[in-house]
Design a protein around this ligand. Structure first.
Ligand code: ADP
Length: 484
């Protein structure tokens, strides 16, 4: 199946060894397209997780003592190996996650770009020499790695959410324990195999697979050795981790759920807005935290926009991710389909108009039709919750202040999108939106060079860019006295 069979790993990676669970327990990884079992991986228990933490702790002194250039060299090797194995990694990802191959390939390149970026940032971690407050003193601010980092990652981006955390952590001199989603451990293990090939020392990068995330989370949170938890996933679990981190006062980075508004003003380039909505809404079958969730269109252009987006929605090919022609693959599991069904039913019961789709897809039990609903009202569940499926939900607005107020009226604050051709508005509206990221006249904002993250209940911290490194660094103040 794979060009390099060795990339399909069925053991966890701890302290430089491919290990099974102490209990011998394993769990199945399945293909969301057809439910077929791909393989099984170890179901690590608390004792195994503890070993991984010990390995990372033991590896930390030597790893952090290396020069930044030495760490960068290994990161670059890892980056090159990831790109060289793009096709295999993409196939593994599509098999366990479901997204179309073309999107998986794009994600592998995106994932690699974080490794390249942070390899370059590693030697640029500068401290400061601060003018002292007394003549016999000198003041230094040193940047040092925080220590052992746990990266807990979701299934929707099985590679990029790992490299976005792990590359800056390793660049900074931290050692890591990666806990991938139980739905998508194979991409994580393949990345670890390539890191092993790149030559990272034992214990620097560990991957623990487990079907009991809560138990593993417990061990991670209660360990004083783990100094930082970086999490991407649901707001519910993010809050649990934030609470749990309190006892040992760990640092946390949280990238949580969103409820992205997508605002189309009447001066917008409508064709561009439709394409932006398609890109933002339907990528990964709607299963990203920055997907357009609430589409607000000015009432003067609402019908035209709705007709055009409906037309585009109908052109999307639904099918297994391994088919090159598929635009939309299966959702991650049946529970995800049931949630989308519930949101669509609630909207329709409360008066929304179905323009296209609206049902499970004939392809199989995990597929849902690309769907468009208009006439949505703010109180409907579909505007209150993250849809996480291929469903566009449209409402109308009359003026700028009104739409800003409605867009901000949520506990989330991750991504927002604005389409306008008016110069002043393209400054004013992003400034007024309470979001961590705003796309103006674009539906695609993710890149390794920009700071990704949310405000309010969408998270804490930023990933990617020069700011992404700060999450893995402490500032140590040294005061040199007696300098006569
Ligand atoms: P999603 O809705 O994207 O599946 P989750 O928040 O459920 O998001 O999962 C994201 C990651 O968090 C996964 O790796 C999952 O296994 C892990 N996870 C889920 N519950 C816990 C928990 N109680 N403690 C630690 N990690 C958890």
């Amino acid at each position: 199946m794979l060009a390099v069979e060795d990339l399909l790993r069925d053991n966890a990676f701890v302290n430089g060894h491919w290990v099974s669970a102490d209990s011998g327990d394993r769990f199945a990884v399945t293909n969301p397209a057809d439910g077929a079992e791909l393989t099984t991986v170890p179901d690590l228990g608390p004792k195994d997780v503890d070993s991984a933490i010990n390995a990372a702790e033991a590896a930390f002194p030597a790893w952090s003592a290396r020069t930044a250039a030495q760490r960068a060299t290994l990161l670059r090797r890892w980056h090159d190996l990831v790109l060289a194995n793009e096709e295999d990694l993409a196939l593994l990802m599509t098999l366990e996650q479901g997204k179309p191959l073309k999107e998986s390939r794009g994600e592998i390149r995106y994932a690699a770009s974080f490794i390249a970026w942070f390899a370059e940032e590693a030697p640029r971690v500068y401290g400061d020499i601060i003018p002292p407050h007394m003549t016999d003193k000198r003041i230094l601010a040193l940047k040092q790695p925080v220590g052992v980092v746990a990266a807990i990652t979701p299934w929707n981006f099985p590679a990029a959410m790992i490299t976005r955390k792990v590359a800056p952590a390793l660049a900074a001199g931290c050692t890591v324990i990666i806990k991938p989603s139980e739905f998508t451990p194979l991409t994580a293990l393949a990345l670890a195999r390539l890191a092993e090939d790149a030559g990272f020392p034992a214990g620097v990068l560990n991957v623990i697979t487990t079907a009991d995330a809560a138990a593993a989370g417990e061990v991670i949170l209660s360990s004083p050795a783990v100094r930082k938890v970086s999490f991407t996933g649901s707001t519910r679990v993010g809050k649990l981790l934030l609470r749990g981190a309190a006892d040992t006062v760990k640092r946390v980075s949280l990238e949580l759920g969103g409820n992205a508004p997508f605002i189309v003003f009447d001066d917008a380039d409508l064709e561009a807005a439709v394409e932006g909505a398609v890109a933002s809404k339907y990528r990964n079958a709607g299963q990203t935290c920055v997907c357009a969730n609430r589409i607000y269109v000015h009432e003067r252009v609402a019908e035209e926009f709705t007709v055009r987006l409906t037309g585009r929605t109908r052109t999307l090919q639904v099918g297994p991710g391994v088919d090159e022609s598929s635009d939309i693959g299966p959702l991650i599991n049946e529970a995800a389909v049931a949630k989308v069904e519930r949101l669509v039913a609630d909207a329709r019961d409360r008066g929304a108009t179905l323009r296209t789709g609206g049902s499970r897809h004939a392809m199989g039990r995990t597929y849902y039709e690309p769907t468009l609903l208009s006439g949505i009202e703010d109180g409907m569940d579909i505007f209150q919750e993250e849809i996480f499926g291929p469903v566009s939900a449209i409402t109308t607005f009359r003026d700028e202040d009104e739409v800003i107020r409605r867009a901000n009226d949520t506990r989330y604050g991750l991504a927002a999108y604005v389409y306008t051709r008016e110069n002043a508005r393209s400054w004013r509206v992003p400034e007024a939106l309470e979001y961590g990221m705003v796309g103006v006249n674009t539906g695609m904002i993710s890149t390794a060079v920009a700071p990704f993250g949310g405000v309010k209940e969408s998270g804490i911290g930023r990933e990617g860019s020069k700011y992404g490194m700060d999450e893995y660094l402490e500032t140590k103040y040294v005061c040199l006295g007696g300098i006569e």
